[in-house]
Design a protein around this ligand. Structure first.
Ligand code: NAD
Length: 252
């Protein structure tokens, strides 16, 4: 379907993460794959495993998405080794449950830098090529926290960062739509990964699940399916949209 095109997924090294599963799904649909992650060894291992499983070209690169230099170097490496970049999934992210009164400037900046600044740097680097080739798919990993104001795990800083991505995607979608580039967001609810680093205790988790109409937490597959759909060349008339993947925990 997307033969001859590369999908870049940031933050796709984490073994049980959304990015990893998304990379796997994109490779299954025929994309060549580049994994850009701050954990370079894990990125290479993930790429090797996905390449073997799906028989596609895949590379992993160490890249801190908050560093303009890292992003430039990683994209340059991708461009010399893989087919042209057709999709970018801005998945690298960190969360923070800290209550507002306790959020330090350092924590606020860290959460903004990885989630927002990182998505900006990668998207800015990817966009000229997509526009020149008249094809591109960009997907932002937002969160239900952006829409309902936290209430899952993330607090004010995380909700603000993920809400920034929604405005980013909508405004950029208008600008680049005429060039064949779509920009969409997904807003997952509670998904079983390691992002909460064991800090979501079983009681709180059970309470959260009790409020989810489909009565379970989400899987990385639930998210990866929607992201892969948004990256398909045939998904060309959907842009500036936010896709809720939350089991009904936020219906609006
Ligand atoms: P995860 O912690 O499993 O994976 C995050 C990945 O990002 C890791 O591989 C990590 O090494 C990488 N990363 C962190 N900082 C980075 C940086 N500066 N540069 C490059 N890579 C970096 O997380 P996950 O749960 O798979 O989350 C993926 C995305 O989905 C995040 O943006 C997260 O905010 C979002 N999200 C997750 C959930 C959830 O419940 N898990 C819900 C909504 C949204």
């Amino acid at each position: 379907m997307s033969v001859g095109r590369t999908a870049i997924v940031t933050g796709a090294a984490s073994l049980r993460g959304i990015g990893r599963r998304t990379g796997d799904k994109l490779a299954a649909e025929g994309w060549a794959l580049a994994i850009l992650d701050i954990d370079g060894d894990a990125a290479e291992a993930a790429a090797a495993e996905i390449a073997t499983r799906h028989g596609v070209e895949a590379r992993g690169h160490r890249c801190d998405v908050t560093s303009e230099r890292d992003v430039e170097q990683a994209f340059a490496a991708v461009e010399t080794t893989l087919p042209p970049v057709g999709a970018l999934v801005n998945n690298a992210g960190i969360t923070s449950p800290t209550r507002f009164a306790e959020v330090s400037i350092g924590e606020w900046e860290r959460v903004m830098r990885v989630n927002v600044h990182g998505s900006f740097l990668a998207t800015r680097r990817a966009m000229p090529g997509m526009v020149a080739r008249g094809f591109g798919r960009v997907v932002m990993l937002s969160s239900v926290s952006a829409e309902r104001g936290g209430g899952v795990f993330g607090g004010v800083a995380y909700s603000a960062a993920k809400a920034a991505l929604l405005g980013f995607a909508r405004a950029l979608a208008r600008e680049v739509g005429p060039h064949g580039v779509t920009v969409n967001s997904v807003a997952p609810g509670l998904i079983d990964t390691d992002i909460t680093a064991g800090k979501l205790n079983p009681e709180r988790r059970a309470r959260l699940i009790a409020e989810i109409p489909v009565n379970r937490s989400g899987t990385t597959d639930d998210v990866a399916d929607v992201v892969a759909f948004l990256c398909r060349p045939s998904t060309a008339f959907v842009t500036g949209a936010t896709w809720d993947i939350n089991g009904g925990s936020h219906i609006h």
